[in-house]
Design a binder for this molecule. Structure first.
Ligand code: PRP
Ligand code: URA
Length: 209
């Protein structure tokens, strides 16, 4: 699929297996997701702009590098929050905006309830974080909101994606890159990804009944 980049590092595959496992409790799910997010951040930023600087070691002066791209992370609440810790671990200067959005359980349509972005949104590289790309409704709506607020360079970062969601997002926003660690088979009739990992928000925050 055009614009889709699969992150298929062996360590990501190992962690995704643990995240899929229904026996993995919330506290482990959170820490594994955080670790996976750092590995994802490494892949997603492979072409980041850097500038040469000089640095003085205890022995002599040599060349070094600083990152010049300004990064803005935008988790989609709630489940996107589970990826933020791992991303800021390797991108300590990143700023974080928030999009509060949930899927209406009947219509599966996204409803936004909270928006807050840093000033740098228009100039920076915006990484939208959400572990699940299912119907693609939330992702497409989130990217539309970001474009309306002036964001120009946007990437969508997911852990698990359904073909339906990738198609919708790519059709609605052909200018963005979509990263995922797994392209799963399909959605079920409730909009859950198969095989997937269940409800990501519930698994992160322990809110399943
Ligand atoms: C989940 C997930 C995505 C959305 C994906 O959130 O984190 O945001 O569903 O589904 P879609 O591609 O069909 O739009 P949910 O709406 O369950 O909200 P939550 O994170 O607050 O639990
Ligand atoms: N949201 C989730 O958390 N999981 C899915 O499988 C689909 C949407």
């Amino acid at each position: 699929m055009k614009n889709l980049i699969l992150i298929d590092h062996p360590l990501v595959k190992r962690d995704l297996t643990l995240l899929r496992d229904k026996r993995t409790p919330s506290h482990l799910f959170r820490s594994i997701l955080r670790r996976t997010a750092s590995l994802m951040a490494y892949e997603v930023t492979h072409d980041l702009k850097i500038t040469k600087v000089s640095v003085v070691t205890p022995l002599e002066k040599t060349k070094g590098y600083v990152v010049t791209d300004s990064i803005i992370l935008v988790p989609i609440l709630r489940a996107g929050l589970g990826l933020v810790g791992g991303f800021v671990e390797v991108l300590p200067n990143a700023r974080v905006g928030h999009i509060g959005m949930y899927r209406d359980e009947e219509t599966l349509k996204p409803v936004d309830y909270y928006l807050k972005f840093p000033k740098q949104l228009k100039k920076g590289l915006v990484l939208v974080l959400d572990p699940m790309l299912a119907t693609g409704g939330s992702a497409a709506a989130a990217v539309s909101v970001l474009k309306k607020k002036g964001a120009k360079k946007i990437r969508f970062i997911s852990l698990v994606a359904a073909p339906e969601g990738v198609r919708l997002l790519a059709r609605t926003h052909p200018d963005i890159l979509i990263f995922t660690c797994a392209l799963d088979r399909q959605l079920n009739d409730k909009g859950y990804i198969l095989p997937g990992l269940g409800d990501a928000g519930d698994r992160i925050f322990g809110t399943a009944e």
